[in-house]
Design a protein around this ligand. Sequence first.
Ligand code: HEC
Length: 257
Amino acid sequence: MKKYLIALMMVLAPVTASAAGGAGVPLDEMNVDLTNKASLQRGMAAFVNNCMGCHSAQYQRFERAATDLEMPNELVVENLIFDSNKKVGDQMTIAMPKEDAQNWFGNPPPDLTLEARLRGPDWVYTYLRSFYKDEARPWGVNNVVFPDVGMPNVLEQLQGTVVNHCTPEEMHAGGHEKVDPLTGVRMGGCMSVEPESGSMSEDEFDRYVYDLVNFMAYMAEPSKMVSGKIGTYVLIFLAILFVFAFALKKEYWKDVH
Ligand code: HEC
């Protein structure tokens, strides 16, 4: 019995490990929904507008995204491609040279095509909502799940300025996930947004980041969308096949008693 228990624990170990952030901080969960095309479209717009100044998504083409997310190519060209030299069939690359980026940021911004698969959507979702004010850092911000990060808080105008009241130990104890029972403010244990400092409410901002990460999850595994559809067809096919197989079985066994 003990042996089975140990085996079970070893099987489950990677599952439990992935639920914590790099810094050992609990992550906020998000459920990726690849059937929500409106969310994916908003997410792509958010990604192109906020992230592609620094990050490429070089394994993705605009056109593939347009097709998968059911957007007409003309709309994508008009609204989501800012480089006039680019065509809809091009990859989502950017013009910033790697060497310059290395000099400016210390670490170059990595390509984000596969990021949601690398770190997991929960991590990216928590990361983008976990920047906080820290004057000691070059960009004036630090991050709960990515301590001493080299990226500025590019969504600060939307979210507002976040102040962290906890020590690192308190954060690791899960302060990040607390909700203030009086105000209902999320991350209330450690973080609070300075009033009037951002253009969105907390809920609006969470939804904005949800759409963005939903898109990144799609981008990391575009074939998942197709395999989900194929899975449905296969099940329908099996259901129809069952009817015929059952009829055939009846026919064969008719004379056997
Ligand atoms: C001003 C440039 C800049 C912009 C704009 C920017 N980033 Fe970054 N990002 C960086 C840099 C630089 C790093 C590397 C940080 C490090 O390694 O310390 C980074 C790192 C990251 C990472 C962590 C990568 C890893 O796994 O190590 C993620 C995820 C990320 N960015 C997502 C985004 C998203 C999503 C957006 C758009 C909302 C965005 N970034 C916009 C500069 C930028």
